[in-house]
Design a protein around this ligand. Structure first.
Ligand code: G3P
Ligand code: MG
Length: 244
């Protein structure tokens, strides 16, 4: 079974640096966390980039859809200044840039495929293409997770060796059949909807179990007591210090 780290930085280290940026990945590494989670979607011209929202406004100030903006235009935007002035000029990174930095820092990666509407399969195919091209086959590959089953199916069909994680806010009734069909190694659920019983069921079925987004140490300890393997947190500094 895939060995999940006890702590993963969420969107890099979202409480410490602008989410889904190279500065955020560097900040996460500085906390001592071993893995980071980040989101991947496509620009209008199909370049996979690290980004969470359909609209660019919250992060860059520009009111436009990512799916309708070219990479050239996205690249010119500032994805850091909204967080703190010291991060001004931080761009929206490509997946390729993100993976290069992750390798340089020796981190593990959980790539969350986060497609904009109607692009589940295309986003997965583009993600697989970059991972296969940029990540050495001899190194443990990134974990690819998604809420979108069509995305996970594309990863299974095109790159079966890449481990997959089934994401859900609340564990759906059919989680086990979905995880089996998609040949997932892990299940990732929102901590607030998990119960000890559900955690035990997931673990008994042989899956790695990750919970998001956990920023409270007491809640993290409870989840770990229930058998959760990995805590995905905005504050890897706090969690690494408390849980290691
Ligand atoms: O991968 C776990 C978590 O990142 C899922 O939620 O919305 O922060 O991408 P979100
Ligand atoms: Mg995410």
């Amino acid at each position: 079974m895939l060995a999940l780290p006890r702590v993963m930085g969420h969107r890099g280290a979202a409480a410490l640096a602008p989410e889904n940026t190279l500065a955020g990945i560097r900040r996460a590494a500085a906390t001592g966390v071993r893995w980071v989670e980040f989101d991947v979607m496509l620009t209008g011209d199909s370049v996979p980039v690290l980004f969470h929202d359909d609209n660019l406004k919250r992060i860059t100030g520009r009111d436009a859809l990512m799916a309708q903006t070219t990479y050239k235009d996205v690249r010119a935007l500032d994805a850091g200044a909204w967080f703190r002035p010291e991060f001004a000029g931080e761009p929206v990174p490509t997946l390729e840039d993100g993976l290069a930095l992750i390798r340089e820092l020796g981190l593990g990666a959980n790539i969350e495929i986060k497609p904009t509407s109607g692009r589940d399969r295309e986003t997965a195919a583009a993600t697989v293409e970059v991972v296969e091209r940029c990540w050495p086959a001899a190194e443990p590959p990134p974990l690819i997770s998604s809420f979108k089953r069509d995305s996970l199916a594309v990863v299974r069909d095109r790159a079966a060796r890449l481990p997959r994680g089934l994401l859900a806010v609340r564990l759906p009734r059919d989680w086990l059949s979905a995880a089996r069909v998609l040949e997932c190694s892990t299940v990732h659920v929102a901590g607030r909807w998990l119960t000890a019983k559900r955690a035990a069921r997931i673990k008994a079925a042989g899956y790695g179990l990750a919970c998001f987004t956990i920023n409270d140490v007491a809640q993290a300890r409870t989840l770990l007591d229930w058998g959760v393997d990995s805590i995905i947190t905005d504050s890897p500094d706090v969690m690494v210090a408390a849980l290691s």
